[in-house]
Ligand binder design. Structure first.
Ligand SMILES: [Zn+2]
Length: 59
């Protein structure tokens, strides 16, 4: 299974797509980082893949 993640552009913290999808907009979990991450920040290809396979990403 393809793992979809997003790296914070400010600090490089990696966030899983399912976290972004459930929150839509979330503060970066990186220590002391104030960046806001959005599901829309994922590439269109990654979003489509995730949404097509979202059942498999539910654990
Ligand atoms: Zn960050």
């Amino acid at each position: 299974m393809r793992i979809i993640t997003h790296s914070c552009p400010a600090c490089g913290t990696v966030v899983a797509a399912n976290e972004l999808e459930s929150n839509r907009v979330m503060k970066c979990p990186g220590l002391g980082c104030e960046a806001v991450l959005r599901f829309e920040d994922l590439s269109e290809d990654a979003r489509e893949h995730f949404l097509d396979n979202r059942e498999r990403y539910r654990i």
